[in-house]
Design a binder for this molecule. Structure first.
Ligand SMILES: C[S@@+](CC[C@H](N)C(=O)[O-])C[C@H]1O[C@@H](n2cnc3c(N)ncnc32)[C@H](O)[C@@H]1O
Length: 204
């Protein structure tokens, strides 16, 4: 299969599909950090949406995610500039979700209600794929089955400097947090890489 991993510089998902024999490419405006520049398209992904059998996209979530809500309403007043950036991020998200391809997955955290994104197909966590963390990841899936858990583990607590218990990724940099967990990338390649080009599955 020809696979595009849109908005991916780590190449985690790209490399998992390559390991399964697919012709996969990552695409990001940044250079890749995954060690395979020959599989990386460094450009605006909107210039590269044609001709793929499968697209998996990880668009930026800074302005869309519910975690950014406090910046959208500082002192309970809508920050118009930030709202406009959120609308632009929504437009980008929808261009990826509506790309000319039968099999598409878009990944993002829980979005803010105000942007009225379509309903996600499923919500996954790293602890379902062998990593001891909670991080709700929403998937919008077209033409493919839902992603099945590949190795359920119990999320581990850790105690921060203030003595607070966490299972989440507190303390990780935004960049580190945004990288796809290897267990999830592997499950995507194993499960979605098996779906035949001619199959078109609906989750509705
Ligand atoms: C939330 S991060 C996803 C990171 C990804 N999960 C990974 O493991 O590399 C969003 C990524 O989208 C990239 N990006 C933003 N706008 C883009 C565009 N127009 N075309 C391609 N990539 C873009 C950013 O540089 C960033 O790496």
């Amino acid at each position: 299969m020809k696979v595009l991993i849109a908005c991916e510089e780590s190449q985690e998902v790209c490399k998992s599909f390559r390991a399964k024999g697919h012709e996969a490419y990552s695409c990001d405006v940044l250079p890749c950090s995954g060690g395979h520049p020959e599989w990386h398209i460094q450009d605006d992904v909107l210039n590269h949406l044609d001709g793929w059998d499968l697209i998996i996209a990880h668009p930026p979530c800074t302005y869309l995610s519910r975690a950014g809500c406090r910046w959208l309403y500082p002192n309970h007043i809508l920050n118009e500039e930030r709202y406009k950036k959120g609308l632009e991020a929504k437009e980008f998200f929808l261009k990826l979700l509506n790309a000319p391809c039968n099999k598409i997955v878009v990944e993002n955290p829980h979005p803010q209600k105000i942007y009225d994104l379509p309903k996600e197909s499923q919500i996954i966590h790293p602890w379902q794929f062998g990593h001891k963390f909670k991080k709700a990841t929403h998937l919008w899936i077209k033409g493919l089955p839902l992603l099945m858990a590949s190795g359920i583990v119990t999320p581990e607590y850790y105690i921060d400097k203030k003595g607070i218990r966490h299972t989440k990724l507190n303390g990780w940099s935004a960049k580190k947090k945004s990288k796809t967990f290897p267990g999830i990338a592997k499950a995507m390649a194993e499960q979605w890489g098996r779906v035949k080009n001619t199959e078109n599955i609906s989750n509705d």
